[in-house]
Design a protein. Structure first.
Lengths: 403, 80
């Protein structure tokens, strides 16, 4: 192909910016360059035809896109398995998928029933399993109970004996001194806390003053056991997952439990890629636009996993509407906006008579703006061609008539 | 432990930019809408905060679209 025609194609394609979406321009560029011996005239024709076809494919004004989206997502959803649990890439975790998950997303629940995070690591940590484990340990919540082999309350001596498990300590990367420090920080009202070694096992003894009380000791015991040594609140378990990507091995952390704000601040985590399946967390940490994107990905993910092919534009519409007001709103039984404005539309939905009584008592007015109301009264519904009305400027006709 | 992190760097967050008044008026005229008819973004939104958008501003959002590769959208900054 000559250089001249190449330049001509580029020039013509640049003129299309703003007329066609970038993805189509890109496709057109690739296709045009594949064809040998194109004339300028043919390039013009191809571009003209593409623009025409694109405009033809656009949604027409008045098209009931919401209804179409509802049907397009609703129908395949009926074919989804009702089985709640599935594993999503990780055998170790059960993650809610399928219809229950879909409902959860559009309901805009505060917390998903199985919160989960995918934590990406930074350059330093992502290629090495040991380093990935290091980060995992920083994230996973370790409580005192996780490193204890036995705990006894001794009422006679008024003490609590905590025997630590050296194997678990090593696994979590902790020293007995660190555990001691944590226990010292808890407000127990203890007289003395000491660390000893018995048979090479570290033992922490918490001694109380005054009269021994069984209730007091067992309360203290509870407090000690549930004390957090390290980790990010809410992260119950972390799994290091190996991913082979383009010949490179990368390690990614999958977590049970979610705390986006907390995990983003941890050293070794790549804060630009790490995500969660909790949309409300994304909304509060990253903003409404990120929430919109997350809704799209989550819904698409559920449908893909079930092998259902729904055009992503329908999902994007749902996400757009849900995030319209700058906050994530649910798509509930009454749609997104909650109660309908029209009396007739409400009456058509349920408890017909009650709605009519109430409306009559309050003297409500129905402006017949919606679809349902107009179906009821037998008028043209404001959808599609029914949306347009004629408008006329009398002054213009007079002028034309006087001519 | 918490490091400073700009939310705009996150993969899920598209480009946000505040429009100057002239540009905002041009866009509204082009779209033939009043600003409150645009989708909203709260003043307290992390992304809005990081570009210092104030109520009444219009924010241009340049998304990586699933279908069009690049898509431009606007949001009206509201209080709250």
């Amino acid at each position: 192909m000559s250089k001249e025609i190449h330049e001509y194609i580029e020039k013509k394609l640049n003129e299309l910016i703003g007329v066609l979406p970038e993805s189509i321009i890109e496709e057109l560029r690739v296709k045009l360059k594949e064809i040998p011996d194109l004339s300028k005239d043919e390039v013009d024709k191809i571009i003209k035809l593409t623009v025409r076809e694109y405009r033809n494919a656009l949604v027409e004004p008045g098209e009931a896109v919401g209804t179409v989206a509802a049907q397009s997502i609703g129908e395949p959803s009926t074919q989804m398995t009702l089985r709640t649990f599935h594993y999503a890439g990780v055998r170790e975790f059960n993650v809610t998928l399928g219809l229950p998950r879909l409902i959860e997303i559009v309901d805009a629940r505060k917390t998903p029933s199985t919160p989960m995070m995918t934590v990406y690591l930074d350059e330093e940590h992502k290629y090495d399993e040991q380093k990935a484990k290091e980060v995992a340990r920083r994230i996973e919540v370790t409580k005192v109970e996780n490193v204890v082999s036995s705990i006894e309350t001794d009422l006679f001596e008024n003490i609590i004996r905590i025997t630590l498990d050296p194997v678990m300590l090593k696994d979590k990367g902790l020293t007995p001194e660190q555990v001691l420090k944590i226990i010292e920080k808890i407000k127990l009202g203890a007289e003395e806390i000491t660390l000893n070694y018995e048979d090479n096992k570290p033992v922490i003894i918490v001694k109380f003053a005054g009269e021994p009380e069984a209730a007091k000791l067992s309360k203290a015991r509870e407090k000690i056991m549930s004390a957090k040594i390290k980790g990010v609140k809410g992260i119950k378990r972390v799994i290091v997952q190996r991913r082979d990507h383009e010949g490179k091995t990368e390690y990614v952390l999958i977590t049970d439990g979610s705390n986006l704000a907390g995990v983003l601040g941890v050293k070794g985590v790549d804060p630009t890629k790490t995500t969660t399946n909790s949309i409300s967390e994304i909304e509060s940490v990253l903003g409404i636009e990120a929430a919109r994107e997350a809704i799209i990905r989550e819904i698409k993910g559920v449908l893909d996993e079930q092998g259902l092919d729904v055009d992503i534009r329908h999902i994007m519409l749902v996400a757009d509407i849900m995030t319209w007001t700058g906050r994530v709103r649910q798509v509930g039984r009454h749609g997104v906006t909650g109660e309908k404005e029209s009396v007739l539309a409400r009456a058509a939905f349920e408890v017909t008579v009650r709605h009519l009584y109430d409306a009559a008592a309050r003297g409500e007015l129905d402006e017949l703006k919606g679809v349902t109301e107009n179906v009821i009264v037998g008028q043209v519904v404001p959808v599609g061609t029914g949306m347009v009305t004629l408008q006329m400027k009398p002054s213009i006709t007079r002028k034309a008539g006087s001519n | 432990m918490v490091r400073k992190f700009n939310v705009l760097e996150h993969e899920l967050v598209p480009v946000h930019e505040v429009l100057d008044v002239r540009e905002a008026l041009r866009i509204l005229k082009q779209l033939r809408v009043r600003p409150e008819k645009l989708p909203w973004i709260r003043e307290s939104d992390p992304a809005a905060k990081s570009i210092d958008a104030k109520p009444g501003d219009i924010v241009r959002i340049i998304r990586k679209s699933h279908t069009a590769k690049k898509a431009i959208s606007y949001r009206y900054v509201v209080t709250g």
